[in-house]
Structure formats: C-alpha cells, structure tokens
Design a protein around this ligand. Structure first.
Ligand code: TPP
Ligand code: MG
Length: 361
C-alpha cells in the first residue's frame, strides 16, 4: 500500500535555482513559448468571441498557464491527458495545433472535433488528449478508467487528469480516487484550485480547505504546489509520473492558482465574489511574468529572445485565426455523423487483450 505523504513545497531562491539547473535552456524556452502561446491564443479567442465569431460557452485559462504547461511538460507524447471545459491551453500543451483548436472554437469543420464540440470539447486521439469535458468532475472517473486500461494492457504510460477545486466535493472524485489507489493505477490527479467555482469561494463550500489532505482517505500520496510557478509544478509532477510508471502509484496534487478573467466569456472579471483589487493583486503573481523574471535573473533569456518568441507566437495565433475564419461550417448532413461509435467497440467489451481500437490506442 502506498505511503501517504504530505509535502510542503517551496519557491525559495535555492529551490528556484535548483529547478533552473535541472533543465536545459531549450527546455525552459519551450515551456515559456508554450505559456506565451496559450496566453496569446486566448487573448485572440476573447477578441473573436467579442466579435461574435465564436459562440456558446468559452472558458479562458488566463492566469493558470503554469499548471498545464508545468504538468504536461513532465509527460511523454504517448501519455494521456484529460481535462475539464477550461481546456484550450491543455490541448495546445499536449501538442495539438493552434489551427485545429481555433477552428474548433469557431465551430468549423477543420476543428479537432469537426466543429461540433466547440470550446469545451477539444480532443485528439493522435496526441492522446482525451478532452475537454463539460460536466464538472465527469473526467475524474474517466481518468481512473484510462488508468485501468493502461494497467490492463500493461502499457508504460500514465494519465494526467485536470479538474477544478469545485469538483472535489462530488462523490465521483472520492470513488475514482479510491479505486485508483486500491488498484494502483498510474493516474496523476491535478486539482487546479483557482479559489472559485463560478462565483462561489472554495471556503464557502469546503469543510476541509486543504485539498491534499483528502488523499489520506485513500492512502494516496498528495501534495500542494504553487500553481503560479511552472518549474515547481513540473518538478513535482515529474516525481508523481515516476511513481506512477514504477508501480502504478497514483498521486493527488493541488495546484494553487488564480484565474485573471471571468468564469466564462459571458461572466464579469470581478463582481460580488471578488473585487477589482483582488484580481489586480493576483496579477502580480502572473506565472508568465514570474517565469520570465526567473529566466532573466539566471541569464537564460535576453530581451531580444523574448521579443522574437512573442512575435513568433503571435504569428502562429494570427495564422490560426485566419485558418479558422476560412474553414467552412459543418453541413446539415454532419448532424447524423458521429452519433454512434462505429465498429467493434460498440456495445462490446473484450477481455482477451485484443485491442479493438486498433493500433496502440
Ligand atoms: C455536474 C455539474 N454541475 C454544475 C455545472 C455548472 N458549472 C459549470 S462550471 C462550474 C464551476 C466549476 O468550478 P471549478 O471546478 O472550480 O472549475 P473552474 O471553473 O474554476 O476552472 C459549475 C458549477 C456543471 N457543468 N456540471
Ligand atoms: Mg475553480
């Protein structure tokens, strides 16, 4: 049985220096580029939404980038990730193209879900990004199922599952974690605690504020990390991934973070549940700015490199916007397509290790 651990993490100067040392310069720059891409991509999405080019729900991730990029940088390409509806940046960080994500936001045929899912349903089988789920907490038992599949197929893979803190009080969370710990499934559960579920503060709905402690009930390793620090997130997720690969030990990680934008595009940035000053104060911990400062203090990034990176990322985003704009809307016939699964997977379970999905999927 796994030991229950409750670690304290730190962002002291020594810890930061050690983490900066742990990766090559190009790895640091790749993480920073992905954070900038996520930010610029969503700024563009907000613009397009305001212009009426994107419809339906649209939940932005601005402020939380260090969590997705830190966590997903710790994975290999063949590992899986699954997320809630705040999923654009996770999709990009898992390797999906800005074009297919933007086209999905626009509801166009070249989107990753053929324009039928929209903002909450990013998905790529090729990149092992398993969505994009709109039901709060719905992806948590799904991740446990993916963990079970990995174990059953004896694969050397892990799955990272992202969800908000508001999902933690649901029964599904407890059932899923209990099974993962009991069966020793290679799942890393990452709670993105941005302090609010829509307009409800975590303290108003939680009998126990410290989310990491909840894993004690399942004898599962757990810890809290500073979710505004990409290197801190990455280093702790790497340890969890190692445990998961070695013997299938799951981990619960609470990433303390903050969203700088409204719950969705149709919600105000601040209002009854938080003040303008609260948001401005939180912005001082902007994860992108913090990472830039860390890199520059360590002489790993010049102003020119940063400017060139930002220009390149903006070009990628502009190209994605143009691509989405030019992609056609799905025709009426698309209503009847993809309603039921095709082929052998429909309605049958195979317990003889045949891989009915084909390939390695
Ligand atoms: C089962 C369920 N109940 C309610 C909702 C409505 N709803 C959508 S988002 C949300 C808040 C979720 O907050 P959290 O899990 O903290 O994620 P965050 O939005 O902060 O990223 C709620 C209640 C839903 N989508 N699904
Ligand atoms: Mg939340």
């Amino acid at each position: 049985m796994a030991e229950t651990t409750k670690e304290r993490t730190s962002t002291t100067a020594d810890a930061v220096a050690a983490r900066l040392e742990a990766y090559e310069k190009d790895e640091h720059l790749a993480m920073l580029r992905m954070m900038l891409l996520g930010r610029r991509f969503e700024e563009k999405a907000a613009e397009a939404y305001a212009l009426g080019k994107i419809g339906g729900f649209c939940h932005l991730y601005i402020g939380q980038e260090a969590v997705a990029i830190g966590a997903l940088s710790a994975l290999r390409e063949d590992d899986y990730a699954i997320a809630a509806y705040r999923d654009h940046v996770q999709a990009l960080a898992k390797g999906m193209s800005a074009r297919e994500v933007m086209a999905e936001l626009y509801g166009r045929v070249d989107g990753c879900s053929k324009g039928k899912g929209g903002s909450m349903h990013m998905y790529s089988r090729e990149k092992n990004f398993l969505g994009g789920w709109g039901i709060v907490g719905g992806q948590i038992p799904l991740a446990t199922g993916v963990g079970w599949t990995i174990k059953y197929r004896e694969q050397d893979r892990v799955v990272v599952c992202f969800f908000g803190e508001a999902a933690v009080n649901q029964g599904a969370f407890h059932e899923a974690l209990n099974m993962a710990a009991l069966w020793q499934l290679p799942v890393i559960y990452i709670v993105e605690n941005n302090r609010f579920g829509m307009g409800t503060a975590w303290e108003r709905v939680a009998s126990l504020y410290d989310i990491a402690q909840k894993a004690c009930a399942y004898a599962m390793p757990s810890l809290a990390v500073d979710g505004m620090d990409v290197l801190e997130v990455r280093s702790h997720v790497e340890e969890a991934v190692e445990r998961a690969r070695e013997n299938g030990t799951p981990t619960l990680i609470e990433a303390k973070t903050y969203r700088f934008v409204g719950h969705s595009m149709s919600d105000p940035v601040h209002g009854v549940y938080r003040t303008k000053d609260d948001v401005e104060e939180a912005k001082e911990t902007d994860p992108i700015k913090r990472f830039i400062d860390q890199l520059q203090e360590a002489d790993l990034l010049t102003d020119d490199e940063l400017e060139a990176m930002d220009d390149e990322v903006k070009e990628v985003v502009d190209d994605a916007e143009e691509f989405a704009d030019n992609s056609p809307e799905p025709g009426d016939e698309a209503l009847y397509e993809d309603v039921y699964a095709d082929g052998d997977v429909n309605g049958r379970l195979f317990f003889d290790r045949r891989n009915r999905l084909g390939g390695d999927g």
